[in-house]
Design a protein around this ligand. Structure first.
Ligand code: IFG
Length: 518
């Protein structure tokens, strides 16, 4: 009897392995534009190598990034091979179809058959986005750094995918509380997993100046020496900033630096007396009030300062945008605010960058290409549209990741709203503000302000899983998005977040599996 049971077991086991798969039922976030299943499995095994076609160093790097992910958790060698002929059975195969004329195109096609996994993309960025999809098609154990037993099976079919919006971002406020290069790289790792392509760094505020400016060294020496609550603060040297930029670039993410002006400038005003209208340096500030500071708008030295800062930081920033802040300048006379913002836009453009600014900048004459970031006042966003400018959507009531989930959340604020997982997901930028249709929207970005956030674990708790929903809003067409479906997919993502060691919020609005419940 035992022998029969054994053989039955083996055949059942192999039958189990042959039961039909269904690629369309996988829990991918963001949901791809189109998924067609063919019902079999591709298996990554010790025979699997990764081929890439052509001379692109960036494509080779994407192949290496996939191998770096697969090796530790499968234990397989996984060679990287420049394809000259057809790759052998069981291989993964990258190729580019673009001619470089459309570098912003992030589309990819992932074709999975029993014999091959093929990724064809217009640009290396699309191949990198496809790698995130592949990670999500494998068992969650693929994210571990210890060898799992597998089998490492992926359902077969074809995925054609591309993003709805070209700007899909997160903002990290490193001014209220400073976060290290290592923490920022962790954030870049996690947002790249959800196919975001922008990290906006809020580098300066009343409580801290976090980026070295060689021509004004006291900005960091003094202005970077504390933070909310009086801690030691900190700052990025220009070398460290460049390291962050490179790390982001390797994950096809651009860095948007923000120097918030003319308000939110107490750290600079404390560092240089001459920046103050009365010539007296301000005290360092470790509280969380806003709106009390302003650069001295009618002094010439102010524009030497602004020019030096924008020049030095633009030279370190390959991305197209420079964010000048412009929010809550309650201590700047309205006519002075207009004067300052219009002059500062010229300086940004002089250094070859496009202006981003909080929605108040739309009360001034926007320079060519300037983008208003809608956070609080829809009328400001409409003013931008009236000027023919694009709007970046960060409505505080939907996207502010420092908002408490509900009144019981220990961290965060709630001046805008309590934002649970469904509140952050179940909205459409293209219909949120009457008069601002999709054609005026550059994309979406979720800011994390850090008045109450001091540590990477607290950051992860506030950011995840809400950011995954924002990422889907930025990537997936609204007609394909549905809270009931997303809720099920997110529940399955719990195991992936857990495997990646993310300290995410386990909302009781999500049916997390037993294996995830803390
Ligand atoms: N508004 C301020 C931020 C921060 C935030 C906290 C903007 C553009 C409230 N400005 O949001 O500096 O204090 O939720």
């Amino acid at each position: 009897m035992a022998i029969i049971a054994l053989s039955l077991g083996i055949s059942l086991g192999s039958c189990k392995r042959q039961e039909a798969s269904d690629l369309t039922r996988e829990s991918l976030i963001p949901l791809p534009v189109s998924v067609a299943a063919t019902g079999e499995y591709f298996t990554i095994s010790e025979k699997t190598d990764i081929y890439f076609k052509g001379e692109s160093e960036e494509l080779k790097q994407v192949a290496q990034q996939l191998a770096d992910r697969l090796r530790p958790s499968t234990g397989f060698e996984i060679e990287i091979i420049q394809a000259s002929s057809e790759p052998k059975r069981g291989s993964i195969y990258f190729l580019l179809t673009g001619d470089g004329t459309n570098p912003a195109d992030e589309s990819y096609e992932l074709t999975i058959s029993k014999k091959f996994m093929k990724i064809s993309a217009v640009n290396p960025s699309g191949a990198f986005r496809a790698v995130q999809t592949i990670r999500q098609l494998l068992p969650p154990e693929i994210e571990l750094s210890t060898v799992g037993e597998g089998p490492w099976m992926v359902p077969t079919g074809i995925i054609n995918d591309n993003p709805d919006y070209s700007y899909r971002g997160m903002m990290l406020d490193v001014a209220r509380h400073f976060f290290s290069v290592e923490d920022v790289k962790r954030v870049i790792d996690l947002i790249s997993y959800y196919k975001l392509n922008v990290l906006h760094l809020h580098l300066t505020d009343d409580q801290g100046w976090r980026i070295e400016i060689k021509s004004w060294p006291n900005l960091t020496a003094h202005g970077g020496s504390t933070e909310v609550g009086g801690g030691e603060g900190g700052f990025f040297t220009q070398e460290q900033y460049s390291d962050i930029v490179k790390y982001a670039q390797q994950r096809h993410i651009i860095i948007v630096p923000e120097i918030d002006m003319p308000g939110h400038t107490n750290a600079a005003l404390a560092s240089y007396p001459e920046l103050n209208c009365d010539g007296k340096a301000r005290e360092l500030y470790t509280g969380i009030n806003v709106g009390f500071s302003s650069l001295c708008v009618r002094k010439d030295i102010t524009y030497k300062f602004v020019d030096d800062v924008i020049r030095e930081l633009s030279a370190l920033t390959p991305g197209p945008y420079f964010h000048i802040g412009g929010d809550e300048s309650h201590s700047t006379k309205p006519e002075d605010y207009v004067f300052f913002i219009e002059k500062t836009q010229e300086i940004v453009n002089k250094y070859g960058k496009t202006v981003l600014g909080w929605d108040e900048i739309a009360t001034t004459k926007l320079s060519e290409g300037s983008v208003a970031q809608y956070w609080a006042k829809a009328p400001n966003a409409l003013k931008a549209v009236e000027q023919g400018a694009k709007v970046l959507f960060s409505p505080a009531v939907k996207t502010y990741l420092d908002m408490q989930y509900d009144p019981s959340t220990k961290l965060g604020l709630h001046w805008a709203a309590y934002i649970e997982i469904d509140d952050a997901y179940d909205w459409d930028p293209a219909t949120l503000v009457e008069g601002i249709g999709k054609e005026f929207i550059l994309g979406v970005e979720a800011p994390l302000w850090t008045e109450t956030i001091t540590h990477i674990d607290e950051l992860e708790y506030m950011v995840f899983p809400r950011l995954a929903g924002i990422a889907e809003i930025g990537w997936t067409p609204p007609l394909k998005r549905d809270w009931v479906d997303y809720r099920e997919r997110l529940a399955k993502h719990g195991e992936r977040l857990k495997a990646m060691g993310v300290d995410f919020y386990q909302s009781d609005r999500i049916p997390w599996p037993e294996t995830v419940q803390k």
